[in-house]
Design a protein around this ligand. Structure first.
Ligand SMILES: Nc1ncnc2c1ncn2[C@@H]1O[C@H](COP(=O)(O)OP(=O)(O)OP(=O)(O)O)[C@@H](O)[C@H]1O
Ligand SMILES: [Mg+2]
Length: 221
């Protein structure tokens, strides 16, 4: 198992506490492509945020390489995120003033990789997602599908152990969505990329190895 979740709970405090995740247990194998599905409000994004160390669960364990990641302090957590995890969101979250190439090499720059090396790696990654001829384009000069592919290249340039994606095709038309899902499938097959993807789309099931169904904060199957 690349990641194991034990008795995970998340309650959002507030005037009325919301029990978004109630005692979640499961594991994901290295190289698996998993979809998290379930109705709106079932806890999919909440679960992805806990797994991606973007939030702190109320209780429970998230185990990777024998360590309970929940116990890391904030500094260690951000280091771990930068080195080991990649994220793709529904809103591509690209900085408007950065070219595709700059967006993709930024994480490498932050890790102290040399300029020569980060330009090479970022160009190769953009080539892999089919954007070898868009290196100097700004987000506003690209289609939604192209912007999302830049976001994917950025997420993968550090060779993360796990790629997390929250409804990565929600803002795209059918054709661009298919390009993105086929790209995920290809990355999963060719480089053995482990992927955890939240999706609403029943058709996406055909691309993944396994679906984890959530219902009211519990795993249904
Ligand atoms: N910051 C928050 N504060 C309070 N409650 C929240 C918060 N974020 C989410 N919730 C609640 O937690 C539950 C799970 O939300 P979550 O966003 O994980 O659902 P989801 O399955 O991703 O839904 P969708 O398909 O609509 O994106 C929902 O009932 C939601 O109202
Ligand atoms: Mg959601």
């Amino acid at each position: 198992m690349i990641i194991e979740v034990k008795n995970l709970k998340k309650t959002y405090e507030g005037r009325v506490p919301t029990h978004a995740l109630k005692n979640i247990n499961f594991g994901i194998k290295k190289g698996e492509f998993v979809a998290l599905m379930g109705r709106s409000g079932s806890g999919k994004s909440t679960l992805l945020h806990q797994l991606g160390l973007l939030d702190t669960p109320t209780s429970g364990e998230i185990i990777m390489n024998g360590n309970n990641l929940v116990l890391l302090d904030e500094k260690k957590k951000s280091e771990f995120r930068l080195k080991e995890l990649g994220y793709v969101f529904q809103s591509y979250a690209l900085l408007p003033e950065l070219t595709a190439l700059e967006s993709v090499y930024l994480p490498l720059m932050l890790l102290g990789v040399t300029k020569k090396e980060y330009i090479k790696k970022a160009s190769e990654m953009l080539d892999k997602v089919g954007l070898g001829d868009r290196l100097q384009h700004l987000p506003r000069e690209m289609s939604g599908g192209e912007q999302q592919r830049v976001a994917i290249a950025r997420a993968l340039v550090n060779s993360p152990a796990i790629l997390f994606a929250d409804e990565p095709t929600a803002n795209l038309d059918t054709e661009s969505s298919e390009v993105i899902l086929k790209l995920f499938k290809k990355l999963n097959k060719e480089i053995g990329q482990t992927i955890v993807m939240v999706t609403h789309e029943p058709d996406d099931k055909k691309y993944v190895d396994r679906v984890i169904w959530l219902k009211d904060g519990v795993i249904e199957s």
